[in-house]
Design a protein around this ligand. Structure first.
Ligand code: LP5
Ligand code: MN
Length: 256
């Protein structure tokens, strides 16, 4: 036991960004012998249209993750809005366990709540309608019954539509809704929440009244998306810290 767990999200791994994949592999190498667990909190991949549509680069990610997990750390994968179709077949290849949005872990006497973060964007009504639809088992069964070519074309159209829609939505709509955050602290009686998705890395210290008692210190930690920098959160004891490191465009190993 190292007393250290790590959290990442929103890598959006894609063939067009070999620097991100290389930075991720360096991150795994650097941490494979010194942490108890790695939690991937959604959007590891840019898009995922089914475990049967796996490419060589996704196979390479799986073997790197398996190598990481075989060094002794537990590995958890949560779905994001881009890769919610990752299934048990791919998770097994990675040596990972799939965990679902709103996942609680014990941190000493307290609890930490993990989620991708999209469910907190309740003002983004169009997105929430889309999410509700694509998370139904009937939609997923129908989608996965299509050919890989058809699914890939659908995903490309959805990405185009999303790019178009997000370019005209206000920044406020695409951020978390404060009331939704407060309700989540209440519902799970936690003092800390950790998520990604919004691409607004930060540690928010706030006060939340729990069970009608006086306000207590609470924290919402937001992971960053991997682009120019890689981001991760580190849990030691009950303390969560957010870190970033430069991703090198020539794919060299990273430095803190
Ligand atoms: O992803 P990002 O960061 O750009 O924006 C998200 C929300 N968008 C999405 C949609 C995904 O990007 C689409 C890709 C998913 C691939 C999954 C594979 C299989 C699914 C195939 C589906 C047909 O999640 C965006 C939020 C933003 O985060 C901030 O929170 O605002 O939400 C939207 O843009 C939703 C749109 O407003 C409505 C839905 C658009 C998709 C419509 C599908 C059209 C398919 C056409 C087929 C003929
Ligand atoms: Mn996301």
């Amino acid at each position: 036991m190292f007393g250290r767990s790590l959290f990442i999200s929103d890598l959006h791994i894609d063939h067009s960004r070999p620097d991100i994949t290389a930075g991720f592999f360096s991150f795994l190498d650097r941490n494979k012998h010194n942490c108890d667990a790695l939690y991937i909190l959604g959007d590891l991949f840019e898009v995922w249209v089914g475990d049967d549509a796996i490419t060589n680069s996704e196979l390479e990610v799986a073997s790197k993750l398996r190598e990481f997990s075989e060094c002794g750390a537990s590995l958890f994968i949560m779905h994001g809005n881009r890769d919610f179709l990752i299934g048990s077949e791919y998770a097994e290849r990675c040596g990972a366990t799939i965990i679902y949005d709103h996942h609680l872990i014990n941190i000493g006497q307290e609890k930490l709540l993990l989620l991708h973060g999209d469910t907190l964007c309740t003002d983004d009504e169009d997105y929430q309608k889309f999410r509700a639809l694509v998370r139904t088992s009937s939609w997923q069964k129908d989608f996965l019954s299509k050919s890989i070519k058809e699914r890939t074309e659908f995903a490309e159209k959805a990405r185009d539509q999303s790019r178009q829609d997000t370019s005209s939505k206000s920044e406020l709509i695409m951020d978390v809704n404060h009331q939704a955050v407060v309700e989540l602290f209440h519902k799970h009686a936690v003092s800390k929440i950790l998520h990604g998705h919004t691409h607004r890395p930060a540690v928010h210290d706030l006060e939340v009244a729990r069970q009608a008692s006086t306000p207590q210190a609470a924290q919402r930690v937001v992971l960053g998306d991997w682009d120019k920098k890689g981001w991760f959160a580190e849990l030691t004891g009950n303390n969560v810290e957010l870190h970033s490191f430069k991703l090198s465009s020539n794919s060299a190993p990273y430095t803190n």
